[in-house]
Design a protein around this ligand. Structure first.
Ligand code: FAD
Length: 391
């Protein structure tokens, strides 16, 4: 006896147009062919820099990098298509979706939105092709949720800028050809483009992670890094600059988390249909079916929420508070689904033979980055009450 896939129960496919469906299926095939066969190995031994470069080039060929941006070699798709791509990538692994999100929504978006024409011409076509990799340095060792306190400083020296400080937990830092670095200046927070190899700049890798192992995470060290005046992102003034980039990336996570949860549920259904306990298949027990039904329910609610936000974004009506709602709900529920799936797989669920604990461990990072759950609760709380409770 076979059932329907969890996302088919509500026939949500008809919410997509033909282009969106084609993009979704293309990315799903890419994940099946180029991610799934290797992902357990990448997770066990950590993703190498060569593998990141290869993945970036492959994603570039498919047009996935900066895909929702216009011009400069970017595909210029709608927001829903970008979301669906994130969903399929994260069904493979949150680390692979992170590579694409950081490249497109953080590093490329910052340059595309706030950079000069010269900066755009220099960096964006190579980044869209995956030949150049970018990272986004906002978080610091002592300032994560509260970037306003950042200590990284950029001071003027003649027409040059000199940057000092440390950034922490930066995705793709070690492998990046260009780092978008946010620093405090006399005029507030400003963004700077720091090319790899600039004197005084290094990006050591952070090791011994238990989460997001198929992704490189790094420290950025800026020790008297001298940059010409043209390295600054002219149009980004104050924290609104980096925060608007984060809103872009969070949108991708709203869809992405659903991909990870779907993958957990798909593999768990298959397992429950074949595993026998007490002389019957695991899937035939009422307790198992109650778990599966509740998970399918949350998965579909999460997908509908993501689609609603996607349509709002395509109508240019999406607010940061709405993105907070989506990120908070979908990552929280995806993590709950991954953990519940693990209980159905029991001992088998703790290995890399199945994706569920890998996804659950990854989602711990996803719950934290791009605004922790608590920060999103505070954003929503402020929208509901009119009271800011951050401090
Ligand atoms: P803290 O800010 O120290 O928070 C600690 C705890 O306090 C959390 O539970 C938090 O929710 C809670 N808290 C904080 N403020 C409040 C409050 N006002 N009220 C109640 N509770 C509060 N950053 C980048 O800039 N670029 C990247 O590419 C990047 N990639 C990352 C990749 C990974 C794998 C990870 C794990 C992180 C990455 N980050 C990146 C950093 C991430 O954005 C931060 O970890 C996140 O913002 C939280 O900061 P923190 O870890 O310093 O926690």
């Amino acid at each position: 006896m076979t059932g329907v896939s969890p996302l088919e129960l509500l026939d949500v496919d008809h919410l997509l147009d033909d282009d969106e469906r084609t993009i979704q299926h293309t990315v799903r095939r890419f994940v099946d062919d180029q991610v799934r066969p290797h992902v357990a190995e990448w997770y066990e031994h950590e993703l190498t820099e060569d593998a990141v470069r290869q993945l970036a080039r492959d994603a570039g060929k498919l047009g996935l990098l900066g895909m929702h941006l216009e011009g400069y070699g970017c595909a210029g798709t709608n927001a829903v298509s970008y979301g669906l791509a994130c969903m399929e990538l994260e069904a493979g692994d949150s680390g692979i979706r992170s590579l694409v999100s950081v490249q497109g929504s953080l590093a490329m978006f910052a340059i595309w939105k706030f950079g000069s024409e010269e900066q755009k011409q220099r960096w964006l076509p190579g980044m869209a092709a995956g030949e150049l990799i970018g990272c986004f340095g906002l978080t610091e060792p002592d300032y994560g949720s509260n970037p306003a306190g950042m200590r990284t400083r950029a001071r003027r020296d003649g027409t040059d800028w000199v940057l000092d400080g440390t950034k922490m937990w930066i995705t793709n830092g070690t492998v990046a050809d260009v780092a978008v670095v946010w620093a405090q200046t006399d005029d507030g927070v400003r963004g700077f483009l720091v090319p790899k190899g600039t004197k005084g700049f290094s990006a050591p890798k952070i090791s011994r992670k238990l989460s997001l192992r198929a992704s490189i995470t790094s420290e950025l060290v800026l020790d008297g890094v001298r940059l010409p005046a043209e390295a600054m992102l002219q149009e980004a003034m104050g924290l609104r600059g980096p925060l608007s980039c984060l809103s872009e990336a969070r949108f991708g996570i709203v869809f992405g988390a659903i991909g990870a949860a779907r993958d957990c549920l798909d593999s768990t259904l298959e397992y429950a249909n074949s595993r026998e306990v007490f002389g019957k298949t695991l899937s035939s027990f009422q307790l198992t079916q109650a778990k599966l039904a509740d998970m399918a329910l949350e998965l579909q609610k999460g997908f509908l929420l993501a689609m609603h936000l996607g349509r709002l974004k395509d109508g240019e009506r999406l607010s940061p508070q709405q993105v907070s709602l989506g990120k908070l709900n979908n990552v929280r529920e995806a993590l709950a689904i991954a953990r519940e799936c693990r209980t159905i797989l029991a001992a088998s669920g703790i290995t890399l033979e199945y994706p569920v604990l890998r996804h659950a461990n990854n989602l711990e990072s996803v719950l934290t980055y791009e605004g922790t759950s608590e920060i999103h609760q505070l954003v929503i709380g402020q929208a509901l009450t009119g009271e800011a409770a951050f401090t």
